[in-house]
Design a protein around this ligand. Structure first.
Ligand SMILES: [Zn+2]
Length: 132
């Protein structure tokens, strides 16, 4: 038996990644890959669905069903690459929005501690480590 070739990991193209970076905040409810969805299932609206389609970040799925007006139902599926990139951008944005490197923002005022204590996880940071 020949060794099975591992499927090459397909990265997003430069233009796909660039577009996603600029719009990920508008499409945070993009469904997970492997799930079939319609424009009605998401909050970001039809126009955004079209753009995602143009950028090939989602795939059109044909299942043969028709809506009440006789037109074929438009189903979509999020690509794995797009979803993973979206999650990455979301995590990165959360981190940069937070005060502490641990990702939290609640400050605990403690006396006698040299540094600043995170009110959520209790980690103590030096003043130079936290964002001003
Ligand atoms: Zn923390």
């Amino acid at each position: 038996m020949t060794t099975e070739k591992t499927k090459q990991y397909t990265e997003l193209s430069r233009s796909q990644a660039g577009w996603l970076k600029g719009h990920f905040r508008e499409i945070t409810d993009l469904p997970k890959p492997g799930k079939k969805w319609t424009a009605r299932d998401v909050d970001f609206g039809r126009e955004m669905v079209l753009k995602l389609r143009q950028k090939e970040l989602i795939e059109r799925v044909y299942d043969g069903t028709r809506s009440s007006d006789g037109r074929s139902n438009k189903f979509y599926r999020t690509t794995k690459e797009a979803y993973e990139a979206l999650e990455r951008y979301k995590r990165k944005a959360e981190r940069s929005d937070s005060f502490f490197p641990c990702g939290h923002s609640a400050i605990l005022n403690e006396r006698g501690v040299d540094g600043i204590t995170c009110g959520e996880c209790g980690k103590v940071y030096d003043k130079s480590e936290v964002s001003a």
